[in-house]
Design a binder for this molecule. Structure first.
Ligand code: GDP
Ligand code: ADP
Length: 186
């Protein structure tokens, strides 16, 4: 059986960190998505995202796509199949609008984790550290999509497991417990 774990949450909440941990420690495979957002210094094209121009972005066939903070992001059925060729457990990072589309339209086994940080100052500090201390961090959090994703939308409340990412040791414990509950070891 093939499974897809969706990770969503606010910018800076730790979605990518948790995705990487699942890949490195638990054998998950990343679903690589497409974006028109400029590449960050530590990101690699074709590994973190497929970085696209506004023209090349629309040459792909998407399962769903969204506009988030003025940039396009989209995921394809092909990207998902590519991940499933390597592991029965694929992991994708989506905004909450994308998570809702997958919930409605994908027929395979789905799980969703909503990542959050309990203190907004910590969130801003982590974003600033990640993005080089510039204003981009606070600007990013002020977009309407980022503000929407600061909490689990009503339509996803019964679908998402909430994972608090304040303290990394506790996150590891929660991940181990949640994977057992969700049948990862069956
Ligand atoms: N719906 C959807 N959302 C995506 C996709 N790829 C990334 N995202 C989301 O787009 C948002 C912005 O991602 P990113 O620019 O990497 O910023 P970050 O959240 O600050 O790390 C995040 O909520 C991601 O989960 C996609 O293919 N579809
Ligand atoms: N538990 C944690 N403790 C301290 N820093 C963290 C923790 N989780 C993530 N970070 C850091 O916070 C920043 C934002 O995390 P990231 O995974 O990029 O978030 P997202 O993908 O949700 O935008 C990164 O610099 C990351 O290393």
């Amino acid at each position: 059986m093939r499974h897809l774990l969706i990770i969503c949450g606010a910018s800076g909440a730790g979605k990518t960190t948790i995705q990487n941990y699942l890949i490195n420690k638990h054998g998950f495979e990343r679903v690589i998505t497409h974006t028109t957002r400029p590449k960050r210094a530590d990101e690699v094209d074709g590994s973190d995202y497929y970085f696209e121009t506004e023209t090349s972005f629309f040459k792909n066939d998407y399962f769903e796509y969204v506009k988030y903070d003025h940039y396009f992001y989209g995921s394809s059925r092909e990207g998902l199949e590519r991940a499933w060729e390597k592991s029965a457990w694929a992991v994708i990072v989506l905004d909450t609008a994308g998570a809702l589309t997958y919930r409605k339209e994908l027929k395979e086994s789905l799980m969703c984790w909503y990542i959050y940080v309990s203190d907004s100052e910590t969130l801003v500090r982590r974003l600033k550290d990640r993005d080089g201390g510039c204003n981009a961090a606070t600007q990013r959090l002020s977009s309407s999509e980022a503000r929407r994703d600061m909490d689990v939308p009503d339509q996803l409340k019964d679908f998402c497991v909430r994972i608090r990412n304040d303290n990394w040791e506790k996150v590891e414990e929660k991940i181990a417990k949640t994977l057992i509950e969700e049948g990862y070891y069956n």
